[in-house]
Design a protein around this ligand. Structure first.
Ligand SMILES: NC(=O)c1ccc[n+]([C@@H]2O[C@H](COP(=O)([O-])OP(=O)(O)OC[C@H]3O[C@@H](n4cnc5c(N)ncnc54)[C@H](OP(=O)(O)O)[C@@H]3O)[C@@H](O)[C@H]2O)c1
Length: 268
């Protein structure tokens, strides 16, 4: 290499929720497209991330962290400070929801949803921005549930409604840095989400599985989300019913939207 040739900068992607579902698909997609030379995979289950890392064909750093805790967030912050990556993608996909009536969901689940889906997501983006390059993309995982208050899925939907507003404002706030922010709002997707959301013993306060079907394919949703982020889209919804929900949320008062949601449930 001659003196005036500089070493190309390694572009990295930071992906939370990388051990499963859509986070895992983002890792596959970004590695497959050659969008990054290195990946930071973040979640609690090391073994799943090791399996993923072995198939990617791009070097991956695995950060095991519970992002609903201060210790987990500090571990990720330390890993970034040590590696000082040049991030071209930040995907905030760690999250979970639990169905159930407000007074039946445990305190642990309620506050963990808020800690992970809201505080954790904001903290990850805040720690990633100093390492994110001009032209970089941030994708925040919202949900089809952002468009309406959802009884019996209240805290989850409310946490994701926060993500919708937060991401849209963040997009404006990051323009001066040349970083785009897209909020990704999929409908029901076939991932590990439901094995966490469907607590044993509560079959009444939620839409039955047959009403959530057909579930969307995670790889197809992620393909669309990556394309939307590269085009600098503010919001990406995956399919007709999520687009319809978005439209109806602009046209109808909340009680009508809530009645539509409740009509899907076993018990109102
Ligand atoms: N599936 C759907 O129908 C759907 C629809 C709309 C939006 N979403 C959103 O999409 C995102 C991805 O979910 P998914 O559908 O892909 O579900 P998933 O397969 O269950 O993936 C969730 C990911 O979040 C990670 N995670 C959970 N708790 C964590 C914690 N405390 N600390 C760190 N990581 C944690 C999980 O990893 P570990 O368990 O290894 O920590 C896993 O990698 C979530 O934000 C979800 O709310 C899902």
């Amino acid at each position: 290499m001659t003196d005036n040739q500089t070493k190309p900068v390694k572009r990295a992607a930071l992906i939370t929720g990388a051990s499963s579902g859509m986070g895992r698909e983002f890792a596959r997609r970004l590695a497959g497209l050659g969008e990054c030379d290195e990946l930071f995979l973040v979640a609690r289950r090391r073994e799943e991330m090791e399996k993923l890392s072995a198939e990617l064909g791009v070097p991956a750093r695995i950060v095991c962290a519970d992002l609903a805790t201060e210790e987990g967030l500090a571990a990720l912050k330390d890993a970034l400070a040590e590696a000082k990556p040049t991030l071209s993608w930040v995907i905030s996909a760690a999250g979970f929801g639990v169905f159930g009536r407000f007074d039946e969901v445990s305190d642990e689940d309620v506050f963990k949803m808020i800690d992970l889906n809201v505080k954790g997501a904001v903290a990850v983006t805040r720690m990633a921005i100093p390492y994110t390059v001009r032209g970089g993309h941030i994708v925040e995982l919202g949900s089809g549930s952002v468009f309406c208050p959802l009884p019996n899925f209240n805290i989850y939907a409310s946490s994701k409604a926060f993500i919708l507003h937060y991401s849209r404002a963040l997009r404006e706030e990051l323009k001066h840095l040349g970083i785009s922010c897209t909020v990704f709002c999929p409908g029901w997707v076939d991932t590990g989400f439901f094995s966490v959301a469907d607590k044993e013993g509560d079959d009444v306060h939620k839409p039955p599985m047959e009403k959530r079907k057909p579930l969307l394919k995670a790889d197809r949703c992620v393909r669309g989300a990556v394309k939307a982020a590269k085009r600098g889209r503010a919001l990406y919804t995956t399919n007709w019913y999520t687009k319809l929900e978005h439209l109806l949320s602009k046209l109808l008062p909340a009680p009508f939207l809530i009645a539509g949601w409740k009509s899907m449930q076993n018990k109102k």
